[in-house]
Design a protein around this ligand. Structure first.
Ligand code: MG
Length: 377
């Protein structure tokens, strides 16, 4: 039995992790579930899965606590996080956004296996991620694909590594049309159902730019060997071009349960327990170049990768505030990447040495973004 903890259990990846645990109960001892809020969903998960610990960052109402099953203990916030990490062998970190950085740090510091689904932490904790690489199985579909593909070849055989992007909802819009897209349009992703932040990041392609930064840390690749291409069907998740002219593709239906299943059982493979599409349902597939005039986030993230140092960390904080301001209707769609760029050009300090410094740098970028956008508070 694997001792499993799920950090961010009520989100999309967290819930789908539990979907797999549900049909493989004998394989997992559920140590803990952690979420941000004391929601009905978290309570339902506690009742169904009866983990040893249930944890969230707010005080639950009395009737919520009273309905917890016998044998499940409530621990608030950090206390819960520490207990779950300490007693688990493997941790799914599916917390979204910058809230996931400290949990990744803790999991790796405690030398536990990390099923890594939090992007921001893989970007901001570059040094630690490189140092503890053997503990990490990436869950993000693209990195999971590349993790599998790169394990099959020698690094000197690799010519280029491609991350595929669906292109988001605005692939076919002109630059002029992009100026006026609404929040509702940006939240309507064609192939994946995800949270608001990552959906907007997919529309700007900032998500893909960040995945490029993630890949550099996860696979120790130079930025020159990485590129992004548009693949609207989201069936091929990663491509490795070899020096002899071959391309290795990793393909599967658009379904996060596949990389989640892989990560839960790595290095073994298990049968997929749900309904599967046929290869014919997945065709045709095609590839396009990224229009970098429209999607400036890609060249911007490549520049950030070349700069290294504190720049990837600042990018994460700046994008967080830029997307929030867009969602609040305070800035336009194209302003998201422009604001991130402005924050990056205000950097006047070096990469921090420790986790506090990293979190402070993100906070600095967040505040700087607000200031540059002219928003008070
Ligand atoms: Mg992805």
């Amino acid at each position: 039995m694997k001792k499993l903890g799920i950090l961010g259990s009520t989100g999309s990846v967290g819930s789908q992790t539990l979907d797999i645990v549900r049909v493989n109960r004998e394989d997992f001892e559920l140590i803990g579930l952690l979420a941000k809020r004391a929601s009905d969903k978290l309570l339902l998960q506690a009742k169904e899965f009866k983990p040893k610990y249930i944890s969230c960052y707010e005080d639950p109402p009395k009737d919520w606590l009273d309905s917890l099953p016998d044998g499940t203990k409530f621990l608030k916030g950090e206390e819960g996080l520490y207990a779950i990490v300490e007693e688990s062998d493997m941790l799914m970190n599916s917390i979204s956004g910058t809230d996931g950085i400290f949990p990744t740090y803790l999991v790796l510091e405690k030398n536990k296996r990390l099923l890594a689904s939090n992007k921001e932490s893989l970007i901001c904790l570059g040094r630690l991620v490189k140092e503890k690489r053997e503990l990490i199985v990436p869950v993000d579909s693209e990195h999971n694909a590349l993790f599998q593909l790169l394990s099959m070849v020698k690094s000197q055989e690799v010519k280029k590594v491609y991350l595929t992007a669906s292109g988001g909802p605005f692939r076919n819009k002109s630059l002029e049309e992009l100026k006026n897209v609404s929040v509702e349009e940006a939240l309507n992703h064609p192939t994946w159902r995800m949270g608001a932040k990552i959906t907007v990041d997919s529309a700007t392609l900032m998500n893909k730019g960040m995945e490029l930064l993630e890949a550099i840390n996860l696979f120790d690749l130079p930025v020159e060997s990485l590129d992004v291409l548009i693949h609207p069907q989201s069936v091929v998740h990663g491509i490795v071009e070899l020096i002899d002219g071959s391309f290795l593709f990793h393909a599967s239906q658009t379904d996060m349960k596949i990389p989640i299943l892989y990560s839960l059982y790595y290095p073994e493979r298990r049968p997929y327990p749900f309904e599967k599409k046929s290869l014919f349902d997945l065709s045709p597939i095609h590839f396009e170049k990224v229009d970098t005039e429209k999607f400036k986030s890609i060249p911007l993230c490549k520049w950030v990768a070349l700069m290294g140092d504190v720049y990837p960390i600042v990018l994460v904080g700046a994008d967080q505030v830029a997307v929030e301001l867009f969602l609040e209707g305070k800035i336009g769609f194209l302003d998201i990447v422009n604001l991130v760029e402005e924050v990056l050009s205000s950097v006047n300090f070096k990469e921090p040495e420790n986790i506090e410094g990293i979190l402070n740098a993100i906070q600095w970028a967040y505040e700087k973004g607000k200031e540059l956008a002219g928003v008070k508070g």
